[in-house]
Ligand binder design. Structure first.
Ligand code: SF4
Length: 132
């Protein structure tokens, strides 16, 4: 007998939930770094990564790196500046262009082609698969 129950469909992760997680677990909150260390001056990605290397190293140990990155992509007006999720602005901008409009990747709402492109871009930017 067929069930009338549809398989549960995971909903998108809300902004509120993402912010709550980031506020609670952000490694940068007690990093002791100068705020300027989170804002590379250079536009060129490789140089920007060098300028922000200390901050990026902190992000690599952060439990909410994915959530942080997603918030930057969702709220681009503020998310385009500085280091978010261990990525410099140019890397995030490239990532953002790969995503369908209005869709995040943390909530896994991007299509399969978009998800594959995002995975490649994250790998190129130094992410490891366990962080997604
Ligand atoms: S990923 Fe980096 S910028 Fe984002 S909350 Fe964690 S430490 Fe802070």
């Amino acid at each position: 007998m067929a069930s009338n129950l549809a398989a549960p469909v995971p909903g998108a992760v809300t902004d509120q939930r993402l912010w709550a997680q980031v506020v609670r677990y952000a490694r940068c909150a007690d990093s002791g770094l100068d705020p300027d260390d989170w804002f590379p001056v250079s536009i060129e990605p490789a140089t920007a990564r060098q300028e922000a290397a200390t901050a990026i190293a902190i992000c690599t140990m952060c439990l909410v790196r994915a959530q942080c990155l997603e918030l930057s992509l969702r709220h681009w007006k503020i998310g385009q500046h500085g280091i978010w999720g261990g990525l410099v602005p140019a890397d995030r901008a490239r990532l953002r262009r790969l995503l369908p409009t209005g869709h995040g990747w943390c909530g896994r709402t991007a299509g399969s082609e978009g998800a594959a492109a995002v995975s490649r871009e994250l790998a190129r930017a130094g992410w490891t698969s366990h962080e997604r």
